[in-house]
Design a protein around this ligand. Structure first.
Ligand code: UDH
Ligand code: NGS
Length: 285
């Protein structure tokens, strides 16, 4: 059995608690969005261990973080993201595990459901406190953007390069969000009903507001992300029923979501930098 960072480690108990804002943080840093081979990223982060686990060695991290990345046929984006993100997470002195959630073809892509799958599968493996649901094509540019949970779910994006470091609309909730275990359970996760592009992030926000949370973001300069430009993926066309679904989002919240997520795991792959879980989702269920 491989020893993951998530196994209880007696020696850690004697270490001081990690600072919330480590002095090593530098603020804004340059991103590198150039194509990269996975092997090169692996070599760059030898401290990340099989399955994509890391914990600081000189202090006790404040929480156990699972980063959930939906990724189907976007390998290059995944490697570029990891190439940039891991250094920041290590500098932030976090105990983290990276889960990549892939969806079998040919079923239309379902981002919301893959987040639910990631949450459920991560919890089968360890007792995570905090979950960051992370698009594969968004790269943070400021390490004061702390990857941790807070009393309200957080929307991390203050501004995106593709919108000149602004947001498309003020209630935008896509890209990167955090939830404690309790928060995600309370909102009943994301909706499973959005197949194709659009609306599932707005639905998620509606669920967050529906349970009385506030909209929380880092300031624009801190929640500043670079995006990787790309064409529309095949298998993720506009969802024609997204507006109808959104109209009833609040009413459906308690009946449909995390507690009704149905899927079948078809493949699990462990690499040094992540655990990839591939699932089959049935559109008719
Ligand atoms: N994703 C995949 N594979 C897919 C579709 C989506 O991995 O086939 C994941 C990935 O993590 C991605 C996220 O879902 O970051 C969101 O999907 P997206 O990047 O396609 O959504 P976005 O709104 O782009 O960024 C929509 C297509 C843009 C075309 C617009 C042309 N002007
Ligand atoms: C809204 C979509 C969101 C999407 C956002 C930004 O219109 O899901 O645009 O899209 N909502 C609906 O369709 C109801 S983007 O510019 O990144 O392609 O996240």
């Amino acid at each position: 059995v491989s020893q993951t960072s998530t196994a209880p480690n007696k020696t850690l108990e004697h270490l001081p608690m990690c600072p919330e804002k480590p002095p090593e943080l530098v603020g804004r840093f340059d991103t590198n969005l150039n194509p990269v081979m996975l092997a090169a990223v692996e070599r760059k982060y030898p401290e990340v261990t099989m399955g994509g686990h890391y914990h600081p060695k000189d202090c006790r991290a404040r929480e156990k973080l699972a980063i959930i990345i939906p990724c189907r046929k976007r390998e290059q984006h995944l490697y570029i993201l990891l190439n940039n993100l891991l250094r920041m997470l290590i500098r932030q002195k976090l105990d983290f595990s990276i889960f990549v959630i892939d969806q079998d073809l040919p079923t239309t892509f379902n981002r919301g459901m893959l987040f639910n799958v990631g949450f459920l599968e991560a919890l089968k493996r360890d007792n995570f406190d905090c979950f960051i649901l992370h698009d594969v094509d968004m790269v943070p540019t400021n390490d004061h953007c702390l990857y941790k949970c807070s009393p309200n779910p957080r929307h991390f994006l203050g501004g995106l390069s593709k919108w000149k470091y602004g947001l498309p609309y003020s209630s935008y909730y896509g890209g990167v969000v955090s939830f404690t275990r309790w928060q995600y359970e309370k909102i009943n996760g994301g909706s499973n009903l959005y197949f194709g592009w659009g609306g599932e992030d707005d639905d998620l926000r509606s669920r967050v507001m529906g349970k009385g949370y506030n909209m929380v973001r880092y300031p624009k300069e801190i929640g500043r992300y670079d995006t990787m430009s790309h064409k529309r993926d095949s298998g993720n066309g506009d969802n024609p029923v997204r507006f109808q679904l959104l109209n009833k989002a609040r009413e459906r919240q308690d009946q449909e979501g995390l507690r009704t997520t149905k899927y079948k795991v078809t493949e699990i792959t462990e690499t040094q930098l992540f655990t990839r879980i591939k699932v089959f989702i049935n559109m008719t269920e």
